[in-house]
Write a protein that binds this ligand. Sequence first.
Ligand SMILES: Nc1ncnc2c1ncn2[C@@H]1O[C@H](COP(=O)(O)OP(=O)(O)OP(=O)(O)O)[C@@H](O)[C@H]1O
Ligand SMILES: [Mg+2]
Length: 346
Amino acid sequence: MLIDIRNLSIYADAPHGEVKILDRVSLQIAEGEIHTLVGESGSGKSLVARAIMGFINPDWRMQADRLWFQGIDLLRLTSKQRRNIIGVDIAMIFQDPTDYLDPNATVLQQLREAILNRDIKASFWQRRKARDEYATNLLIRMGVKNHQQILKSYPFELSEGAAQKVMIATAIAHRPLLLIADEPTTAMEPNTRAQIYRLLAQLHAQYHMSILLITQDFSDLMKETTHLSTIYSGQIMETGSCNELMQTPHHPYTDALGYTSLFRPDRLAPKQRLQTLPELEPNLQHMPIGCRMGPRCPYAKRKCVQRPDMQTIGKREFYCHYPINLPEKKPVAKNQRANNKEQNIL
Ligand SMILES: Nc1ncnc2c1ncn2[C@@H]1O[C@H](COP(=O)(O)OP(=O)(O)OP(=O)(O)O)[C@@H](O)[C@H]1O
Ligand SMILES: [Mg+2]
């Protein structure tokens, strides 16, 4: 397993006391897997990414049963050990390349910085030339056409698509094992979006690179996505194979996301649409107890004020007292029988 996160919680200070902004999040990503994390704005997707990268506000308290990368406990690393992994074996690309690229350096200067000696095979006095060739090739591989021009440019001179490709080039310069793509195409033109997703799919195929794709919408799902997790208000709701989750969601939240998705126009049902979630921040004082989806869930009952335990059916995991689309005859998960009985009574 490349990434193995078990029960990761992050506590932040709020005026009225500590708030759990991530609540016992578990997520596993295997080698070569494209795992998409989908949830509305403010659901905690970027926090999960930042926890893996170690970019967490120092005032926050982080707790986890496990936060492993290739069996290495990321919580116990010194900052030097962590630097050897982060940015080399794990890289991240962001929604807005201008947050990431240095406005005062040309693309070539930034790529030179990103390329390590280990990436090129050249003797000491030929390294600079080899590095520049490597930088040019990276851009060519990213599908940048006028690469000579781009190499000389500063970030503000680039189109959004070109800037995003440059950021991806710097992130993948050392062929990381895991690439975290945090809403990499939001607010882009459809053509540019499609190009970026094609590029990610190519990187995955060529280098067997695992990708954690973060998005708000099923419509941004890459068709290569093998695994899917849905997250709501800091709690993972359901995890499993992408096809299974799309076809027979067990968690009402996964189902609701499906309805709002362009990915499944046949299932668009405006009445069932969830309102866009307001940012969590204003609601920090009123974080629902138990399953945080409760107040907006059409299936919620009294029991939902208790956080549901994880239930599993095959490789599918979900956290719901009243799951939907359960297989009729298949064996059900341990707590399931009790739940079903109760559901019949209510
Ligand atoms: N710097 C911060 N200070 C206080 N709270 C924060 C901060 N960053 C995030 N949070 C809290 O964590 C919640 C989740 O934030 P996060 O950025 O992970 O959401 P997200 O799912 O990535 O949303 P988006 O899709 O809009 O990027 C926020 O709604 C907020 O309550
Ligand atoms: Mg985010």
